[in-house]
Write a protein that binds this ligand. Structure first.
Ligand code: MTE
Length: 318
């Protein structure tokens, strides 16, 4: 994930070598005495303050688009994160994201729409029934998780956005407030964090606007109060803490493509046949497991999404 200058020490297989992982698990176990037992996981330790009060979310159904694979434990989902606005280490978001204020929160919908609008998070939550979707998440760094998200299809938002015929792509902008997000002051990325999808990718039924996980409101470190989840693409496409959705005619310039265009492409579909310039993408380590598993084309969602790319050279359009 990280561009070479900022993170010279990281290579994919190093990201969490088994020994470090074991040590980390041992650390988590050793802090167990400080952990308050929670329903689904463990809330709050000294080192990893769970920033938001945990709040349950009502869900209408479990989506049939869910995988039946075992889910990654709550504590790993919420303590092993990438959210560079809060720092570069995997535990930085869990340590620092309590500084993020998620209320009031609104989302600006603009660009190629007939009527730009600003919608509060409360109104957004009422736009469609919330469902649980259990998805695999494959990070470009070589690790993966299985996460029970809560949200609704992004297509619902697009339907209500009333877009014009010029809209070909969608841009997602994360909050970039240096008062709440200390690393926005550093030049790691050209802030705000911007991601993008082609309109048909954005409309695809698998593309989720997530507001929760594990039956609860999203923890701040996972991108509260609203984030994207695009399960057939590398995790960095799933922008967190979104404040702006912009419909545009031209392919967006995303933050990672601007930072390292030879390493990160606009499409970023999970593809075991196309290596990252600095590491192989053929395998992945599921968090909590030691043996690597093969990475599947489109992260295992090929049947649903491969036709979106019919006729495209996926080596060139990586
Ligand atoms: N969104 C923002 N705004 N900032 C980030 O640094 N990291 C991305 C993505 N969304 C990131 C972001 C990366 S690299 C990954 S793998 C996923 O979030 C991680 O999501 P998770 O921490 O909830 O597992």
């Amino acid at each position: 994930m990280p561009p070479p200058l900022a993170f010279p020490r990281i290579t994919p297989s190093e990201i969490t070598p088994p020994a470090v992982f074991a040590a980390r698990r041992a650390f988590i176990r050793s802090t167990g005495a400080l952990i308050l037992a929670g329903g689904l996981g463990s809330a709050g330790t000294v080192a990893f303050a769970t920033p938001t009060p945990r709040e349950r979310l009502a869900v209408s159904r479990r989506s049939p688009l869910s995988t039946s694979e075992a889910t990654t434990p709550y504590r790993d989902v919420t303590r092993y994160n990438n959210f560079y606005e809060f720092g570069p280490d995997k535990d930085s978001p869990a340590k620092h994201a309590h500084r993020l204020r998620t209320r009031p929160w609104s989302l600006r919908i603009e660009g190629e729409v007939r009527r730009p609008q600003t919608i509060s998070i409360e109104d957004l939550l009422a736009w469609a029934p919330l469902e649980e979707r259990i998805y695999r998440l494959r990070c470009v760094e070589g690790w993966s998780m299985v996460i029970p998200w809560i949200g609704f299809p992004l297509a619902e938002l697009i339907r209500r956005a009333d877009i014009t015929g010029n809209a070909k792509y969608v841009e997602f902008h994360s909050l970039a407030d240096p008062e709440q997000m200390p690393h926005v002051r550093t030049p790691l990325l050209d802030w705000p964090y911007v991601e993008g999808l082609r309109l048909d990718e954005a409309m695809h039924p698998l593309t989720l606007l997530a507001v929760g996980l594990y039956g609860e409101v999203l923890p701040n470190q996972n991108g509260a109060p609203v984030r994207l989840v695009v399960p057939w693409k590398y995790g960095f496409k799933s922008a967190k803490s979104i404040v702006r959705v912009r419909f545009v005619e031209r392919q967006p310039k995303t933050a990672w493509v601007k930072a390292a265009p030879e390493e990160y492409g606009f499409y970023s579909n999970v593809n075991p046949a196309v290596d990252h310039p600095r590491w192989s993408q053929a395998q992945e380590r599921r968090i909590g497991e030691f043996r690597k598993r093969p990475t599947l084309p489109f992260n295992g969602y090929a049947e649903q999404v491969a036709q979106l790319y019919a006729g495209m050279d996926l080596r060139r359009n990586f």
